[in-house]
Design a binder for this molecule. Sequence first.
Ligand code: HEC
Ligand code: HEC
Ligand code: HEC
Length: 257
Amino acid sequence: MKEEQKVEAMNSAPDSAEAATPTAKGKKKRKKMSRKKFWSIIGIVVVVLVIAGAGMWKWHEEPSFCSTFCHIEADYVANYSQEQGVQGTDKYGNPVSNTNAMMSVLHRSNDTTAKSEIKCVDCHVPNMEELAHDGVNFVSGNYYLPRTERDGAALMKWDGKESSQLCANENCHSYLLGADGKVDRKKLEKTTADMEFNPHDTHHANLEMQCTTCHKGHRASVVACTGCHEHENVEVPDGWLTYQQSQDLMAKSFGNE
Ligand code: HEC
Ligand code: HEC
Ligand code: HEC
């Protein structure tokens, strides 16, 4: 089609007259939008924005949100999404004989709490400062893969909370809390009193390990006491690792073997 014909065709189509090229301008008087039409358009725009905003808010709770905005989270989403109680893999790709040994998988779906599904943001409560910090490092490429493992203290510092509050707080495992709002180690000790070697034993008052020293989110959990109590009959739950196995796994995963 030649240029003139094109313009001609545009002009003849009544609907596209307003959007036509400058040559078409002036030929037809531009109709003034009625007040009613103007406000109904504004109304539609507002409704769309509200829905999009609500969708975004809802979506940010979904695991897919994490990996869409930050692709290095994909390994964690895949890790978390595994079936419970079967053979699987950890965040570094190592085999795990029982996926229940990884707390993110074990907690993902359960029927013991009011919430039927525990999502990323239930454990990793969003903190704007932390997100900004991670976002800047992500965009500038200031990170290494595999990612350095964070313990409970590192994850909680953004909220000015202590390590154990990652696991025991007003929403989760609150039955373990003492009057001061922090974990009561005596209460914790009782939960596993039936184990031959109680991993929560308070024998070493000076050795109050962080929950995350043993309970790992995205790799097999570790009975860290076996670092010293290796010759005793320490029960290592299915899928869990001994201290030495954990050390070997980390060395292998980070290529320092
Ligand atoms: C020395 C390692 C170690 C540390 C530190 C540790 N745990 Fe445990 N925990 C275990 C082991 C081992 C089990 C048994 C898991 C199993 O049988 O699958 C367990 C089980 C549990 C259970 C389930 C108990 C039940 O009722 O059956 C809870 C809840 C728990 N731990 C919470 C915590 C919290 C909260 C902390 C931190 C304040 C913590 N643990 C610190 C090793 C540890
Ligand atoms: C049951 C609690 C829990 C859930 C649910 C959970 N995490 Fe974690 N996450 C942890 C713990 C504990 C750690 C500390 C490192 C570890 O033990 O693997 C951690 C660490 C991390 C880290 C820091 C890097 C590292 O290896 O330490 C990232 C990133 C992460 N989680 C992403 C996610 C994403 C994405 C989801 C959802 C798909 C998720 N997590 C769900 C408990 C959880
Ligand atoms: C740094 C090494 C070390 C670590 C780690 C360690 N222990 Fe011990 N533990 C010892 C030593 C040494 C003794 C014997 C001396 C004493 O009683 O303090 C002992 C004694 C004990 C006793 C007294 C009964 C016995 O077997 O003699 C208990 C119970 C105990 N430890 C539990 C634990 C638990 C639970 C953990 C993990 C949360 C743990 N220990 C981690 C070194 C350690």
